[in-house]
Design a protein around this ligand. Structure first.
Ligand SMILES: [Zn+2]
Length: 345
């Protein structure tokens, strides 16, 4: 691998995808404290909110304020999500420098998430992209349900290519492919990434993974083999899609960093600081987190190893002392009666 191939860029989505589904509304002050901690741990890309209607997603009501108040320095990119022209106006007014346009590849999820078909959602994004371009805001895009849709089943790679074609016309800098419900396998990753790449060889690609079926790390590994070096992740595996009952959260930043460091891919992230922040997050949310490392209680020392020969993981029998609860039960409790009809790639 070249030096460039040995580095990955992780976008931490805790403040957006992570908190969007949480029953509790995390205060702006806590979000700012966590964002500062993430930057201190070495994260250089954070997704901090979404310009959606505050009544639909009350957890995101402070996005404008976060854009104004977070000042992480020039080397850190703060991303916010935009679905339409109104959102783009809010982003520009707040002073956003990086925006992600969101569209679902499948009509079923697009209707549930954005209220309109994929074609109509793309048409709505065009004036938003024009407005953002005029304001010199950097534009990326995320294609939701790029692999599997909870309503329409498997997403045809050709459909994703067609959506990508529209988005490239908007002047996007990066295209992220989202496994919104965490149902993709390495096979899906390979065929869709290959199709999009052969259609747009120069377009940088990223992956947004969820871990519903425990496949997120395998998918990240497959993506690494395909040359993908941009990944979204959420600290502690917090997050989830409201349209997949019992679905697990995003791929956990701590697990992804652990995988990357084991296989010699640098992230620039200080694992000790990351683990401390994750434990802080656990205290804030008042519940166990979904990352594998938070469950086994791996130490920062174990995380920092680059070979597997002498790891010091706490074994499962010891982990039982932490009073582990059945994951399914816990997720049902968290998500019972809690549905959000907007804003989830
Ligand atoms: Zn997501």
């Amino acid at each position: 691998m070249s030096d460039a191939a040995k580095k990955a860029l992780i976008t931490e989505v805790l403040l957006r995808d992570g908190f969007q589904i949480e029953p509790m509304i995390v205060s702006t002050a806590d979000k700012i404290r966590l964002a500062d901690g993430l930057v201190d741990a070495g994260l250089t890309s954070l997704e901090i909110g979404s310009f959606v209607h505050p009544e639909k997603v009350p957890q995101m009501a402070d996005t404008d304020r976060l854009v104004r108040e977070l000042r992480p320095g020039e080397s850190v990119a703060l991303h916010t999500l935009v679905f339409n022209e109104r959102g783009a106006r809010r982003a520009v007014a707040a002073g956003a420098r990086h925006v992600r346009l969101i569209v679902s590849a499948s009509d079923g999820h697009s209707r549930a998430n954005a209220g309109v078909s994929t074609a109509a959602a793309l048409a709505r994004l065009r004036p938003a992209a024009e407005l953002l371009t005029q304001a010199r805001v950097g534009i990326e895009a995320t294609v939701a349900t790029a692999f599997v849709c909870p309503f329409d089943g498997e997403t045809d790679p050709g459909t994703v290519v067609n959506v990508a074609r529209e988005l490239t016309g908007f002047g996007i800098e990066v295209l992220h492919l989202a496994d919104t419900i965490g149902a993709a396998s390495p096979r899906h990753i390979r065929r869709t990434v290959s199709a999009v790449r052969s259609a747009f060889p120069e377009l940088p690609l990223g992956l947004h993974l969820h871990n519903t079926y425990g496949m997120a790390s395998a998918n990240a590994w497959e993506a690494l083999q395909l040359g993908i070096r941009r990944f979204d992740a959420s600290l502690g595996g917090v997050g989830g899609c409201p349209f997949a009952p019992g679905a697990a959260g995003n791929i956990a930043t701590d697990d992804l960093v652990n995988l990357f460091h084991h296989v010699g891919v640098a992230t620039g992230i200080d694992t000790g600081k990351l683990v401390a922040l994750r434990d802080d997050l656990r205290a804030l949310l008042g519940r166990r987190l979904d990352s594998a490392l938070s469950a086994v209680g791996a130490t920062p020392v174990a995380l920092q190893r680059t070979t597997t020969s002498d790891l010091t993981y706490v074994m499962p029998s010891q982990a039982a002392r932490y009073g582990r609860k059945d994951r399914g039960d816990e997720q049902q409790e968290r998500r019972g009666g809690h549905g959000i009809g907007a804003g989830s790639p």
